[in-house]
Design a protein around this ligand. Structure first.
Ligand code: SAH
Ligand code: SF4
Length: 388
């Protein structure tokens, strides 16, 4: 706005319109004088957010979107009711909730998933639609999983996104824009509905630190989502964790660390980044965070059948977590398969034995429900699997 000779506060009015009212046309920004709107349109200015190019809907209600960012698309996931990943980390009003037994592990997929394409959408389409699971006044509870990069450079051996390599960083607007597009699609009432946000889609947020953090601020200040309901997951990028530790606690998301292995030897094998920053270096960096009251660090642990799911591993992880002295919880994720990735899913028995072992050791552990596996929307499955 300053560039066009207007006062800077006009820019705030535009941000308000785009991020609070989800306006997609300059002509609809009624807080701006009509003459200014006409001038901006005449000068080819545009407002908007990334559009949802394709939608895939899982049998469990999860939706995976291909969101258009420039000439490419990134993936964003909507999980109604969440995936229990946020259980027990102080965002729940009713305290820790153990997932129902048997929900955590599904039978292995015996054939390639089938996709159901719901729609090709344009910006602004949300106004005319109602989603199947939600009426206008029903209270919604959901988790949105957001991407921070197109592809990823970290090369974890079990992750499908790694196969893409890093294509590019997303801008702050593209990261926050994914959220706004999904909020608009589901007619979410910010402030009333229970929304959790996880920066756990494609990419490593701490290798795109400035844009990730600007997006988190934007989502807090302009969209109205609370940082206490956001979680960022990192594979253990130590300089990123150290910068994150400098952020004032009240404006930063919660932190999750992809631990994924009981010791450095196994971690280096499945996450080569561990040879740069090993478990101890990561934990030392995490210790620098000033935690909010009741805040806990989440350690994510992907169970790879025969590789990281041995009963001895559970004991080793429990000892490791206890030794950190951090208020922590463990999120167990049964590995989700992907084409060309040479791992096995853990058996339901080994997953349950793992969880029970933590309970016995007095460490909070939760099983993350695999969501949207049939549409490749589950953890580590995000990769453009259908070209437009
Ligand atoms: N890059 C960040 C965030 C995105 S990955 C990170 O690695 O933390 C989000 C989570 O999904 C991580 O904990 C990761 O270990 C896990 N994950 C990756 N591939 C997976 C797979 N195939 N099955 C289950 N979880 C997986
Ligand atoms: Fe990147 Fe995370 Fe996948 Fe590792 S698990 S390759 S850091 S997206």
């Amino acid at each position: 706005m300053v560039q066009t000779g207007e006062p800077a506060w006009r820019g705030h009015q535009i941000a308000e319109a785009v991020y609070r009212q989800w306006v997609t046309e300059i002509s609809e920004i009624t807080t701006l004088p009509k003459s200014l709107r006409e001038k901006l349109v005449a000068n080819d200015w545009q407002v908007g957010r990334p559009s949802i190019a394709q939608t895939f809907r899982s049998v469990d209600g999860t939706e995976r979107y291909l969101v258009r960012c420039g000439t490419e698309t990134v993936e964003t996931v909507w999980m109604p009711e969440g995936d229990d990943g946020e259980s027990g980390d102080s965002t729940e009003d009713s305290g820790p909730v153990e997932p129902a037994q048997g929900e955590a592990v599904q039978p292995p997929m015996l054939r390639a998933p089938s996709f159901r394409l719901l729609s090709g959408e344009r910006v602004g389409d949300h106004k005319s639609r109602q989603t199947p699971e939600s009426g206008p006044s029903e209270l919604k509870r959901a988790t949105i999983c957001v991407s921070s990069q197109i592809g990823c450079a970290v090369n974890c051996q079990f992750c499908l996104t790694a196969k893409l390599g890093l294509q590019r960083n997303l801008t702050a607007g593209e990261i926050a824009g994914q959220v706004v597009s999904v909020l608009a699609r589901h007619n979410v009432e910010v402030g009333r509905d229970r929304l959790n946000l996880v920066f756990m889609g494609m990419g490593e947020p701490f290798l795109n630190y400035d844009n990730f953090m600007s997006a988190a601020r934007l989502l807090d200040n302009d969209v109205g989502l609370r940082p206490q309901r956001m979680t960022v997951s990192t594979s253990g990028i130590v300089p990123g964790i150290e910068r994150f530790a400098q952020e004032p606690p009240e404006i930063r998301p919660k932190l999750a660390i992809s631990l994924n292995a009981p010791n450095d030897a196994i971690r280096t094998e499945i996450m080569p980044i561990n040879s740069k920053w090993n478990i101890e270096a990561v934990i030392d960096a995490v210790r620098k965070l000033k935690l909010r009251p009741r805040e806990r660090i989440t350690f994510e642990y992907v169970l790879l059948g025969g590789v990281t799911d041995h009963p001895e591993h559970a004991k080793e992880v429990a000892r490791l977590v206890r030794r950190t002295g951090l208020p922590a919880k463990v999120n167990l994720i049964a590995w989700n398969p992907g084409p060309g990735i040479p791992y096995k899913m853990p058996t339901p028995e080994s997953v349950e034995a793992f969880r029970a072992s933590f309970v016995q050791a007095g460490i909070s552990a939760f099983l993350r429900k695999p969501r949207g596996r049939d549409i490749y929307a589950a953890c580590g499955q995000l990769k453009r699997t259908v070209e437009e």
